[in-house]
Design a protein around this ligand. Sequence first.
Ligand SMILES: [Zn+2]
Length: 254
Amino acid sequence: MPNLHLLGTGAAISDPHRTTTMLAVSENEAPHHTVVVDCGGDVLQRLQACDRPIDSVEALIVTHAHMDHTSGFPLLMEKVWLDGRDRPLPVVGIEPALAQADRLWTAYEPVHAGWEGIPPIDWQEVTQKRDAMVWNDGPWTVTAAPVNHGDTPNVGLRFEHQSGPVLAYSCDTAPSENVVHLAQDADLLVHEANGTPGDNHSTAPEAAEAAAAANVDRLLLVHLPPGDKSAALKEARATFSHTDLGTELGTYSF
Ligand SMILES: [Zn+2]
């Protein structure tokens, strides 16, 4: 059975118990095929907190260049090296996101230049178009589509498990036709609810509209700003009743 792990559910600044939005997928039958999405914090510590070992990571997807989605990349590399990984680490994303991760790692070059046995980074570029292939290995087929995040190129994702279940992730975006496309008939839609209208993010009711338009089974709100979310949740449920706030470090089978 496939699982979603919400490794972080906050916006760049959020509540004391929510870190930046990062997620992973895994499955019970093959715990050594975890795919992680974004690293705007200590993503591997969060993965361990969800009972998935560091060595289970088969790929890292980076969605876009913003700090709250990429800034933990050098720490992730240090950790996989200390953990003894020797196989390459696939890092997958659109060109601007990969370039940002590469710059961050290169900034630490004076530190890691003498380290022995750092696992090779297998950069895999994703085309910025609808239904672009992201990852097709093990139980997962992952595709992407550009979303609407102002001047910053960004993609949403669709994860199809070989046994049928589907998960979609909006990433950071104002309301976007491509999110509805990615989420069509999905079991689970993880949608950001950071924003106020018109600021390159979505509100909770706008996320609910996407969930209803895509005919998904369940909506989880992430990228949550600080403060009370009860009014936003109530508004979202008025449009799409099966809506919940994402639980920090929550694991959801789907
Ligand atoms: Zn962003």
